[in-house]
Design a protein. Sequence first.
Length: 298
Amino acid sequence: MKEPHAPVLMNEVLEVFRDKKIRSFFDGTLGAGGHAEAILTAHPEIEIYIGCDRDPDALALAKERLKEWKEKLLLVHGNHSDLRKWMQEAKTECIDGYLVDAGVSSMQLDRPEKGFSFQGEGPLDMRMNPEGKLTAAEIVNRWKEEDLVNILREYGEEPRARAVARAILAARRNKKLETTRDLVEAIRPVARGKKHLHFATLTFQAIRIAVNDELGELQRGIEEGIESLCSGGRISVISFHRLEDRIPKNCFRDEEIKKRKPLGRLTILTKKPLGPSDDEVRKNPRSRSAKLRAAEKS
Ligand SMILES: C[S@@+](CC[C@H](N)C(=O)[O-])C[C@H]1O[C@@H](n2cnc3c(N)ncnc32)[C@H](O)[C@@H]1O
């Protein structure tokens, strides 16, 4: 395996929790454990650190990396939106710190057998969790034209969604699409993508988001996170594209508005989302589109 995933916006994440006494922390997207290692180092007072990921390979990697803290660590395999279940397992009533670093990791993108990448050839899979039921192959070979158009528009913002959907339908009439290369070749004549992007980027993004219900998960995860924070607890969310970023933006704003009413409970800490420094972008180009939003519960 290549270098593990390089964590993004590390200083900015640490800044959110600086000066806070944290007993319980929920890391909803543990990945290779890069953020976890830095947070556990900066906060020796942490008593329980719940590290959640739906990719068992990521959990195995993080377990090794974080072995120094194994007494405080609860590693859980599944969705971060099941936060309440994980809190019960950890026997904690509320959490002081919450982090979600959305999307796929570079380990996932770099492994052709996961099917996330249009660069190498792999099966049309794209499941972050190998136990998930829906695969990319199911979507491209069985979904109706209208459903394909909807995800290409909504999750990919592909300008030629209809043409791409029709090209997929035409290709599968001849032969079932089995590999990422089959999909790339099927859409090559029509997919456009966006300036500076490979023509297949937006199609792959759309299918990946659908396979993993990424936006639904993020929405539910943040709602559960806000609900489960202790008073004074902080939530931080890193997103990588507009569709993701509007979820914490709207959830935080809605909660802040409620604050003016008797039930209110959230203060936004980042009026504008924080992005990477030029130096970080130079070292890790993947950080280019990262945005961090954070809020504190009253
Ligand atoms: C960008 S990486 C996180 C990297 C991590 N912060 C680090 O420092 O290495 C995203 C990870 O979140 C996981 N993931 C994405 N959505 C998830 C969800 N809804 N529930 C649990 N894990 C999820 C992916 O499997 C992937 O390993």
